[in-house]
Design a protein around this ligand. Structure first.
Ligand code: NAD
Length: 252
């Protein structure tokens, strides 16, 4: 049911982490995939990597048109490119607020509106946004990042309503902490990377980080004909972090 043969997909931020895992998983299910990324150089074949900065409208429009030409159309758009920010509401300067919201929220707006004319021509159109557990749970030191992902969650619902009658489904995935280059950079910057990794593992009821492949599998499902009746949903891939309330192991 998740066979994607004949479908054409665009993945933003697809040169690393969750985006690359998603591009590979879509390809494995038979889709033709173009990756849009600010650093597309390392994108492995048969993926086609195109340079695009989701914070630059002209760059996005040109890259989406080039992708549509290369693929012969677009059926699936995965809005995955995103950047992080650490701090409380006191800590990030206005310029950083503008930058993170520009990439994480407006980036999805730009790619989606550029892709919509192509999606409208598809008999099987789906948009999947990479949101986050930060949209649904209060995490310390993530004020700006959480605000951006809260906006992604609401944007997903609004887009799903706006385009349902055009046959375009819109959903999002909410990963918990996922083992990607991004989290690798965070661990490298920590005073005690081992202790930081242990703390991140312990925060998830399954006791380990989510893998990029696990998030990719959820994105493939939401993008596939198997999810033909699924729109306006947020699928958590978080090791139980959002939904479960466990007692300490010794008392359970
Ligand atoms: N890793 C996690 O723990 C986690 C958890 C929840 C949600 N997410 C979300 O998943 C998505 C991917 O995260 P990841 O961990 O794979 O990150 P990553 O940093 O490992 O990869 C992100 C990719 O996006 C690209 N990118 C960054 N800015 C871009 C821009 N302006 N235009 C185009 N491409 C750009 C990068 O070059 C990179 O290839 C993000 O939206 C992130 O918020 C990640």
């Amino acid at each position: 049911m998740t066979d994607l043969s004949g479908l054409r997909a665009v993945v933003t931020g697809g040169a690393a982490g969750i985006g690359l895992a998603t591009a590979r998983a879509l390809t494995a299910q038979g889709a033709a995939v173009v990756v849009l990324d600010i650093e597309p150089a390392g994108v492995p074949r048969p993926l086609l990597g195109l340079k695009a900065d989701v914070s630059d409208d002209a760059s996005v429009r040109a890259a989406v048109e080039a992708a549509a030409t290369a693929l012969g159309g677009i059926d699936i758009l995965v809005n995955n490119a995103g950047i992080g920010a650490i701090g409380t509401v006191e800590d990030n300067p206005d310029e950083q607020w503008h930058r993170v919201l520009d990439v994480n929220v407006l980036g999805m707006v730009r790619t989606t509106r550029a892709a919509l004319p192509h999606l409208r021509r598809s008999a099987h159109a789906a948009v999947v946004n990479t949101c986050s557990i930060a949209a649904t749970a209060g995490l310390p030191q993530r004020a700006l990042y959480s605000a951006s992902k809260g906006a992604v969650l609401s944007l997903t619902l609004a887009m799903a309503a706006d385009h349902v009658r055009e046959g375009i489904r819109v959903n999002c995935v909410n990963p918990g902490t996922a083992d990607t280059p991004w989290v690798g950079r965070l661990l490298d910057a920590a005073d005690d990377p081992e202790a930081e990794r242990a703390a991140l593992n312990a925060r998830q009821p399954m006791g380990r980080l989510v893998t990029a492949d696990e998030v990719a599998a959820a994105i493939v499902y939401l993008a596939s004909p198997a999810a033909a009746s699924v729109t306006g949903t947020a699928l958590a891939v978080d090791g139980g972090m959002q939904g479960l309330r466990l007692r300490p192991a010794a008392q359970s």
